[in-house]
Design a protein around this ligand. Structure first.
Ligand SMILES: C[S@@+](CC[C@H](N)C(=O)[O-])C[C@H]1O[C@@H](n2cnc3c(N)ncnc32)[C@H](O)[C@@H]1O
Length: 279
């Protein structure tokens, strides 16, 4: 599945889960082989080309050069530090940046967004780049990833973006009351666990946006009752980027209709297995 030959297949987060096969759980900090300074990194141009360029110009507008800088960081340092697989480098636009940025179309102006399990910044950094009106929190428990995110935010000058090292469950338990209007999550966990983690982070009337793949409709059917018990409304499956990217990104949107007491037995039992995600 290397290279661009699989264009048309669902793009998405699962494709770099080689670094986290724990099903969305916190993966242990891996020791990363240090590439000797003399060993060349295969050259990959960070700038989009062809159809990706057309879509990127449309979606990022005058923020495109900032997006290219982020792509450079991902395929450079991100690969060297084991946050992105080397096979992702040639398809960083198609499967990652473009797959994420289209979600901006369903995020209201000036929203506060918490990106849960941001990893190397997907989709949180992409949204912050494309939408300077948003204030974005990148929530990520693993030190190595949080450190990379902090460097990226500084390098890109994203002054409305902050990095918080921690788990979603700790956010509310820790007494934080700074909930957001939107929580995003990509390749985080199966939908029931994802909603249990993310719904408490948004205000009532706010939404969880879960970037998923072809499994979305099936996941919604499976977890509808749990979502309702967690205080979520009827999930809506949305397709973002229709007519701009192929395939469009599938997003499950769940509005927080009511608050449910933290720790109440409404939550799902832990689901074993890998998160259901695009690809
Ligand atoms: C498979 S990675 C996906 C990263 C990124 N969202 C993407 O699409 O590339 C899942 C991320 O979720 C983080 N994570 C796992 N459990 C979490 C939790 N309870 N709260 C917040 N983040 C979590 C992991 O550390 C990891 O970085």
């Amino acid at each position: 599945m290397d290279g661009m030959s699989d264009r048309g297949r669902s793009p998405g987060p699962a494709d770099h889960r080689h670094e986290d096969r724990s099903g969305g759980d916190v993966a242990p900090e891996r020791s990363v082989a240090v590439r000797p300074a003399t060993m060349p990194v295969p050259p990959v141009d960070a700038a989009p080309t062809g159809a990706d360029l057309v879509a990127a110009e449309w979606l990022f507008g005058d923020r495109l050069s900032l997006a290219v800088t982020y792509a450079e960081l991902l395929i450079g340092d991100g690969v060297l530090r084991g946050l992105i697989g080397p096979r992702e480098a040639p398809r960083i636009w198609e499967r990652h940046l473009l797959n994420c940025v289209v979600v901006a179309e369903i995020i209201p102006r000036n929203a506060r967004v918490i990106d849960v399990g941001s990893g190397a910044g997907l989709p949180g950094v992409v949204l912050a780049v494309a939408r300077p009106d948003l204030s974005v929190v990148l929530l990520e428990p693993l030190a190595r990833r949080a450190a990379f995110l902090t460097e990226v935010v500084a390098a890109l000058g994203l002054d409305q973006t902050t990095v918080v090292r921690g788990r979603a469950e700790e956010w509310v338990q820790g007494g934080r009351d700074d909930r957001a209007g939107i929580a995003t999550a990509r390749a985080l966990a199966p939908l029931d666990r994802l909603v249990a983690w993310c719904l408490p982070l948004v205000v009532e009337g706010g939404s969880v946006l879960a970037l998923k793949g072809e499994s979305a409709t099936e996941e919604v059917a499976t977890h509808r009752d749990v979502i309702a018990r967690l205080g979520g409304g009827t999930p809506a499956v949305r397709r973002c980027g229709v007519g701009v990217i192929e395939p469009p990104t599938t997003v499950i949107e769940i509005v927080r209709e009511r608050a449910v007491r933290t720790g109440a037995p409404a939550g799902p039992r832990r689901t074993r297995g890998r998160p259901r995600s695009p690809a």
